[in-house]
Design a protein around this ligand. Sequence first.
Ligand code: HEC
Length: 162
Amino acid sequence: MKSYWAFFIFLLSSCQPSLDRQPRVDVYEPSTFFADKNGNRMPIADTYTHHFLKDKNQDTNPPSSKEEVALLKRGQERYEIYCMVCHGKFGDGEGIVTQRGFSHPPSYHTDFLREASSAHFYYVITNGQGLMTRLGDRVNPKDRWAIIAYIRSLQKKWENKK
Ligand code: HEC
């Protein structure tokens, strides 16, 4: 029985993969995996840089490039389909469902949600929270980021109005 346990523990310990020895491509190292043999890869088309969404000042200037305008337009369209009934046109939590007895969602213009990271918004859209249903099965990842960019622009406009 004793040796059985020793063998079991030995088996468990051998399950620890060493991260030093995993297959990987180091910086500037060629790779046989890709057709062009280049280990360095370009970002996938339509990738949005993270700082664009995290930067709180992103809307102090009107979006300059066509992509940004398109992103915000798409975000507005998706927001109005998936979020507005509850969160309201301006994100103040006064969606039409609240007139029919549904609880008020929080306003996006509180300090907490102005300072919350875009990752938090992304998480809530994907998995829901409390009374809010998850929308991960209806809103694809690219559209989630577009909605967040649009909410950031709503927050900025609200701030400027004060
Ligand atoms: C059916 C109504 C409804 C819809 C649709 C809805 N929400 Fe919500 N949302 C709520 C309610 C209610 C809460 C408060 C949840 C709680 O904590 O109980 C909430 C909370 C949130 C919060 C705050 C989470 C926090 O940390 O306090 C965020 C951000 C949010 N929703 C974003 C969205 C976005 C973006 C969409 C659209 C993609 C959306 N919601 C769609 C009802 C909704």
